[in-house]
Design a protein around this ligand. Structure first.
Ligand SMILES: CC(C)(COP(=O)(O)OP(=O)(O)OC[C@H]1O[C@@H](n2cnc3c(N)ncnc32)[C@H](O)[C@@H]1OP(=O)(O)O)[C@@H](O)C(=O)NCCC(=O)NCCS
Length: 273
């Protein structure tokens, strides 16, 4: 299979899984590639690149990657699950089963559901971003497919939350390893409006805390939300996280000054139940 490294745009086509390609990036620009050819940006606002099948350019997912800060990035479009890590982190901490849910790694079939979830204004309302377009969903899915373990600081585990009874993807949760020095992680969650108000988010987020404390040995896990996002604040309180601070008008988000509520839990508090 031949690949193109294609600058990110909302309408970029994407391809089937295939071989591994290596991309080198300088100042947000692809400078060299191996196993792939680069194409030139049509405008000056490139925020990421796709790996695109040169021949078929099929509109199915793949390995999209956001590359601007990376100096070198290897995109394995055949096996997007992380390879076993030299530091001994499990190659994947997923899937996880709960009473009603499966938390599993994202795969290329999740594009429509992930897009449908994040294209909704009510889901994006308290986020830093606007509702997603299709291209944003493709790019985000590519990153999610590669985010299955915490091998080094900055990594995330991102899980698709699927109802066990219907198989429908209802949520998108993550745990990020924010700081190695401070042994700190952060959780986040988004659920489809049709699936809210049933305790699914709490059921899934509990498992992200469990992963953080029990599998990865983090000492402290935080969660942050817009202080007007009462559903998110209630959820974190239900999880047993402590409300630690409330910043007043500390960020300018989507044209308005917003406050931020911060929540946290320590490993010893998790253990104590
Ligand atoms: C934040 C968010 C994930 C919370 O979802 P949620 O469904 O309200 O949270 P939970 O899963 O804990 O559900 C709790 C609600 O379900 C109800 N519930 C119904 N059946 C339940 C059950 N079997 N078990 C537990 N709770 C149940 C609870 O009473 C509670 O209702 P309440 O909020 O009116 O008190 C959701 O609002 C969301 O996705 N928002 C958009 C994205 C977003 O803002 N994310 C956070 C960014 S910081």
């Amino acid at each position: 299979m031949k690949f193109l490294i294609q600058p990110y745009s909302d309408s970029a086509p994407v391809t089937e899984p295939g071989e591994a390609v290596t991309v080198r990036v300088r100042d947000g620009e692809v400078v060299t590639t191996s196993g792939a050819e680069r194409t030139d940006a049509e405008d000056g606002h490139v925020t990421g690149y796709y790996v695109v099948d040169r021949d078929t350019r099929q509109d199915a997912v793949v390995a999209a990657a956001r590359l601007p800060e990376a100096r070198s990035h290897r995109v394995d479009v055949r096996a997007l699950e992380s390879a076993p890590d030299a530091d001994g982190a499990p190659s994947s901490s997923l899937p996880v089963e709960t009473e009603r849910l499966t938390l599993r790694a994202f795969d290329e079939n999740d594009l429509d559901a992930l897009h449908d979830l994040h294209a909704r204004p009510e889901v994006a309302r308290y986020m830093y971003w606007e509702p997603w377009g299709r291209g944003r969903a493709v790019e985000a899915l590519g990153r999610r497919m590669q985010s299955t373990t915490l091998a080094r600081e900055g990594d995330s585990v991102r899980a698709a939350v699927v109802r066990r009874d219907t198989g429908v993807l209802i949520g998108d949760v993550h745990l990020q390893w924010v700081s190695a020095e401070h042994s700190r992680g952060e959780i986040g969650f988004s659920f489809h409006p049709d699936a809210q108000g049933r305790g699914y988010a709490a059921e899934a987020a509990t498992e992200m805390l469990r992963l953080g404390f029990e599998t990865f040995g983090l000492r402290r896990i935080i969660g942050r939300c817009d202080d007007a996002n009462t559903a998110s604040a209630r959820l974190m309180e239900r999880l047993g996280m402590r409300r630690e601070s409330n910043f007043v008008e500390n960020e300018f988000v989507k044209g308005v000054w917003t406050g931020e509520a911060d929540f946290a839990m320590l490993a010893e508090e998790w253990k104590a139940g």
